[in-house]
Design a protein around this ligand. Sequence first.
Ligand SMILES: O=C(O)CCCC[C@@H]1SC[C@@H]2NC(=O)N[C@@H]21
Length: 247
Amino acid sequence: MRGPDFRHIELGDVASTNLECMDRARSGDEGNLWITAVRQTGGRARRGRSWVSEPGNLYSSLLLIDPAPWAALASLPLAVTVAVEAAVSSALPAEAAKALRIKWPNDLLIGGRKTSGILIEAEQMPDGRRAVVIGCGINVAHRPEAGLYPTTCLAEQGSAVTPQDLFAQLVVTMDSVLSLWDQGRGVAAIRDAWIERAQGIGEPVTVNLPDRQISGLFDGIDIEGRLMLALPDGNRQTIASGDVFFS
Ligand SMILES: O=C(O)CCCC[C@@H]1SC[C@@H]2NC(=O)N[C@@H]21
């Protein structure tokens, strides 16, 4: 594995690789630790949902301690998504790679079907350190129904990659994209890379917020990764979190 400072622990069954990382942070782990698992029994997804995690797909989490000043962490999800996109892209045949897109905020779609998800969790430790866990699930062999969106997996797209080989690639792309991100100082380049690979910029979009639905044209993202929506009345709304649907 590249990245001299990274350690890797491979587990069999766990509740959640994100939880494993956070537990180790609470016990004083110094970070730069990858944890992968064959199966998760309590895989976590965004917005309190669960992530079905049977053997055959990739379940990985990276624990970082104090990776950047707190305010700079807002742009970390953009960097992580660009890194996961690069790893997945490298594992796909050319046609499928062409159809690979980032869906705001940090899902990957192939032909409009979700193939991976990212869950970043952060916690302040009692000793003042900030633990950040970057969790990434990639559908390699199976495509569990995720409820909200249609799904696909890399095998269905003609890829023979294994979770282990994909993980090795992810370690490399994460290392290089985090270097480019540079604790938030490289966010402009990261945002450009994100936008270049994004689904549906300039297209009509509906966003489900906790209390309402809002529709408009997807007008890109700001420097912190918030979705910008051009509303029919000419105003612009900035959205930090929600579920996006393209019409
Ligand atoms: O799309 C989402 O809502 C995010 C899904 C994130 C799933 C990954 S699998 C590895 C890591 N451990 C977890 O419990 N969740 C993340």
